[in-house]
Design a protein around this ligand. Sequence first.
Ligand code: ATP
Length: 306
Amino acid sequence: LLQLSVPLNFIGFVYREIRQGLTDIEEMFDLLEVKPEVVDAPDAKELVIGNGAITFKDVHFAYDPARPILKGISFEVPAGKTVAVVGPSGAGKSTLSRLLYRFYDVQSGTITIDGQDLRTVTQKSLRKVIGMVPQDTVLFNDTIAYNVRYGRPGASEAEVMAAAEIAQIGDFIRQLPEGFETKVGERGLKLSGGEKQRVAIARTVLKSPPVLILDEATSALDTTTEREIQAALDVVSKNRTTLVIAHRLSTVIGADEIIVLKSGVIAERGTHAELLARNGLYASMWNRQREATQAEEHLKQVREND
Ligand code: ATP
């Protein structure tokens, strides 16, 4: 009986964690040692990183064979460039980031980094070169300093502080009674979504990975927070191969290429200006979002004048 109850408890724990929105895969593996979906090939090699160029070639993927999610996706993120993926909810945007992190393997086609098929390299060596800022960051029940330093455990105090500065969260941390030694997480100070994301950005700044995946939070952030996060992300992604999964179009204007995904295929691609000129799906998404933002700001003004 005892033997049975332990795994059941464990499953309950895992279930609760997932329910609480634990989507930081990197940490989920580290914390729980959950058996991943993907196993290394017996002859898997270490990924040899050069400039960090990413290629998706005719990628097909389905979580459930009866329901294809990605249907022949091809694009490149040249070394040091930023490609943003936008599109309607459920189009398969976050799935692309999960495949790049190799949480799952593609069913056909290939994903390569610097010419090496992800299926031929060890997951450990792959994840070492990728920094992931997930939609919803889970913090350890420890101090802010610990949570930032997790990006590079040997980092000095000055480096931790500098990373927090770049992530635009230094001022916030300093005004806390215990500063960097403030305990956060489930049993500590609860941070807002935007604050947690900035801690994740600081962690990534310290890790300084050649490849970056940014999966934007779907939840609405206020304009100031959004600007601060954007400023932080611009610094982190500069000259670093970056795949942005974007839910807000305001964050993709500067991308080198924008991929518009719809129902698992690339509907349009180009720069912001090219896509607006095309007057297609992207242009209509852009106009809709702009109208929504304007309505929101108008409403705020009305309330402030009351
Ligand atoms: P959003 O903008 O709403 O975040 P998205 O474009 O990022 O959407 P994905 O998260 O890639 O969409 O999901 C694509 C489809 O795959 C969705 O229909 C979703 O229900 C399904 N899906 C996602 N994760 C899983 C999973 N683990 N198992 C089964 N189906 C899944």
